[in-house]
Design a protein around this ligand. Structure first.
Ligand SMILES: [Fe+2]
Length: 203
C-alpha cells in the first residue's frame, strides 16, 4: 500500500548565500559600528541587551547595495509565489548589533508580507541560532509521543547563522534569536518588505 504525503499550507523559509560576502561584509560592519557610535541609545524592540538602529537603512545611500539585494531577493521570492508583475515593493531595514549575552525575544512583524535577516559578522555556532515557532496553534493541543521530531511534529526549528547568508520568511512567522554565547558581536541587518499594487497607469 502506497501512502502519499501532501504538504498543506507549508511555512516557507528561503535562504541565499552571497558570493561576494567577503568584500560586502567588512563595509557593512564598518557602517553598522559607525551608526551605533552616532546613536548609542538606538531603539528598544525585541533586542535584549543588544543595540538596534532605527528603521532608516532604506534611506541611506551608503547602504545602497544591501538595499538593492534585499529587494532583488524578495522580488524573486514573490514572483516564485505568483505575486503580480505590477507590484511595487517597499522595504524598511535596520541594523542589529548583539554583543555577548544579547538575544531577541520571540516576535513577528506586523503590517508587511516578507521579513528577513542578513548576517554580517558573527562567530558560529556560539553566537546562537535564529529559531522559528510552529504557527499551527491547533497543533500544540496534543503532541503525539515521538522519538525524533519531523516537519510534522516539530514545534520550533533552529537555523544556524552564517556570515553572508540571508534568510527570508513570511512576516507572520514567529521567530527569535538565541543568546549570543560567543565572545564577539553578532551583527545583522533585518528588514520588512511590503508588496502593494501600483496604481494603474490608465487611471
Ligand atoms: Fe524579527
Amino acid at each position: 500500500m502506497e501512502i502519499v504525503t501532501r504538504p498543506l499550507f507549508p511555512s516557507l523559509v528561503w535562504t541565499t548565500l552571497f558570493d561576494d560576502r567577503e568584500t560586502l561584509n567588512p563595509l557593512l560592519l564598518e557602517l553598522a559600528n559607525r551608526m551605533r557610535k552616532a546613536d548609542p541609545a538606538g531603539v528598544a524592540k525585541t533586542n535584549v541587551v543588544g543595540w538596534q538602529s532605527p528603521n532608516i537603512i532604506q534611506t541611506l545611500d551608503e547602504f545602497g547595495e544591501i538595499n538593492r539585494r534585499i529587494l532583488d531577493v524578495c522580488r524573486q521570492i514573490s514572483e516564485s509565489q505568483n505575486f503580480l508583475p505590477n507590484v511595487a515593493y517597499h522595504h524598511q531595514a535596520w541594523v542589529n548589533i548583539s554583543p555577548p549575552g544579547a538575544s531577541n525575544t520571540i516576535h513577528f512583524h506586523p503590517n508587511c508580507h516578507l521579513s528577513g535577516v542578513y548576517y554580517v559578522s558573527l562567530k558560529a555556532p556560539e553566537c546562537g541560532s535564529i529559531f522559528f515557532r510552529d504557527p499551527r496553534i491547533a497543533a500544540r493541543m496534543l503532541r503525539p509521543p515521538i522519538g525524533a521530531e519531523t516537519h510534522f511534529t516539530a514545534t520550533e526549528v533552529r537555523m544556524r547563522p552564517e556570515e553572508g547568508r540571508m534568510y527570508v520568511f513570511p512576516s507572520w512567522l514567529e521567530h527569535g534569536v538565541e543568546v549570543n554565547r560567543s565572545d564577539q558581536d553578532r551583527v545583522s541587518l533585518s528588514f520588512n518588505v511590503l508588496a502593494t499594487l501600483q496604481p494603474s497607469s490608465a487611471a
